[in-house]
Design a protein around this ligand. Sequence first.
Ligand SMILES: [Zn+2]
Length: 57
Amino acid sequence: MPVEADLNRVEHELGDVEHALTRLDAGTYGTCEVCGSPIDDEILRAAPAARCCADHG
Ligand SMILES: [Zn+2]
């Protein structure tokens, strides 16, 4: 895999983590950005930066 693709992926993941940290500060971490309901613990464990619940992911 070209290094550029790898870097792009890491940059994308970093953006997700930063977004999650912003939501943590705002007190909205762990809730779906679409419907506002709590995201399942299972989903958050698998993807800590998840933005949406199972219905909207
Ligand atoms: Zn949802």
